[in-house]
Design a binder for this molecule. Structure first.
Ligand SMILES: Cc1ncc(COP(=O)(O)O)c(C=O)c1O
Length: 396
């Protein structure tokens, strides 16, 4: 069997006719920048996310950058975030000359740990020598809803309130996820989404979206993405060129209708994986001394109590992760490591003098995490083959 990590072709085959009509209609309109297709998608996706202000932009990375620009983040300011995320989360902070404060993650959700954030903000936990900011210079927190599961937002929002920080949700992997009944991106000041092709809602190229709670900040984001100009050629801010292409918007409008169905299929695949791993006896709560695997947890709730994990990734933690990955590759099974090097020890941040032990959980998970194939079209035989191949690795 050959099972890729993700099968975009299978999804495309199922919506090809509609996508071709949508692309063709943009071509016939010859209107490629902003315009009605972008407006229409922004309206639909804003409604989907429960947000009054939703602006398309060129990528999830730009959505983060725009949010930080909108709050006037300056060189020398600080922003708290997770080290266990895609680089763009911290890259946006550093690009503005600001400094990322990496606080460790929870072991079971892989998301920013509010207890550790609190300890840091209250001065009870120290990080590298270089990260000893004047509290006035800490401007924001960026929780990341990793793998499609929400970070624990209530305590994060409470801390933001207490310490006067803006909150920017990195919802790149979590469109449609919920926390206590509220959609990702809609709990805080900003929600930043990516439509990178492999995301649950993927464009056919780069694309992104930013949602904004406050009307004034929304107006500012809307202008910043258009070179800071309003009206055209009158520049209120030094903005950037970050627009959502009309072709991508038309494609995304087609795909948005299917998103909830696709995310539900991912959830039922995750349930099947869980069930089969538990039945096989290989799942454990502890990797200390057995050939066991840790399954993902729904830490911020199930649908019954208003939570929703959309399983952008189904990620297990294992011992001998690299050995298992090689074994699965030999059996035609695609996997991926998100992420092999946590951000606090990336070369580009070496000047910040973080020690690996500043974020021990991130460090450990970066050595153990393995994401398995998950996409709506994955069938039962394929799921069983993945599980039995993993069991064989540990039983041989
Ligand atoms: C957590 C996270 N943040 C930010 C991004 C950046 O999004 P994009 O690739 O659309 O720039 C991604 C996507 O790759 C991501 O996974």
């Amino acid at each position: 069997m050959n099972i890729p990590l993700i099968d975009l072709q299978a999804q495309y085959d199922s919506i090809k006719t509609e996508v071709k009509i949508a692309v063709d209609s943009v071509m016939e309109s010859q209107h490629f920048i902003m315009g009605s297709y972008v407006k229409e998608f922004e309206k639909e996706v804003g409604e989907y996310c429960g947000s009054d202000f939703a602006f398309g932009c060129a990528s999830g990375s730009d959505a983060l950058l725009l949010a930080l620009m909108a709050i006037d983040l300056k060189p020398g300011d600080y922003v708290i975030t997770s080290p266990f995320t895609f680089f763009a989360t911290a890259g946006a902070i550093a690009r503005l000359g600001a400094i990322p404060i990496f606080i460790d993650i929870e072991a079971d959700s892989f998301n920013l740990d509010p207890i550790k954030v609190k300890a840091f903000l209250e001065g009870k936990a120290k990080l590298s020598k270089r990260i000893n900011p004047d509290p006035q210079k800490i401007k924001a927190i960026i929780p990341v809803h990793l793998y499609g599961q929400m970070a624990d937002m209530d305590p994060i929002l409470e801390l933001a309130d207490e310490f006067n920080l803006k909150v920017i949700e990195d919802a790149a992997q979590s469109i449609g996820s919920k926390y206590k009944g509220i959609q990702a991106g809609n709990l805080s000041d900003f929600g930043c989404f990516s439509f990178f092709p492999s995301k649950n809602l993927g464009a056919y190229g780069d694309a992104g979206l930013i949602t904004v709670k406050d009307k004034e900040l929304a107006d500012k984001v809307n202008i910043l993405r258009l070179h800071g100009a309003k009206p055209k050629y009158h520049h209120k801010y030094v903005g950037i060129n970050s627009r959502l292409d009309a072709i991508q918007a038309a494609i995304l409008s087609v795909k948005l209708k299917y998103l909830d169905g696709w995310s539900s299929s991912r959830k039922s695949i995750a349930d099947d994986y869980n069930h089969l791993f538990l039945k096989s006896g290989i799942a454990s709560k502890d990797l200390s001394d057995t050939n066991a695997i840790l399954l993902p947890n729904e830490t911020t709730g199930t649908e019954k109590n208003g939570g929703r994990h959309i399983y952008h990734q189904y990620t297990i933690c294992v011992k001998d992760r690299d050995g298992l990955q090689k074994w699965l590759k030999e059996r035609g099974i695609g996997t991926s490591i998100y992420y092999p090097v946590p951000l606090h020890i990336q070369e580009c941040f070496s000047e910040l003098n973080y020690s690996p032990e500043d974020c021990p959980v991130s460090l450990k998970v970066s050595q153990q995490a393995l994401s398995l194939p998950i996409y709506p079209e994955l069938n039962q035989d394929q799921i069983e083959y993945v599980v039995s191949s993993i069991c064989d690795f540990y039983n041989t």
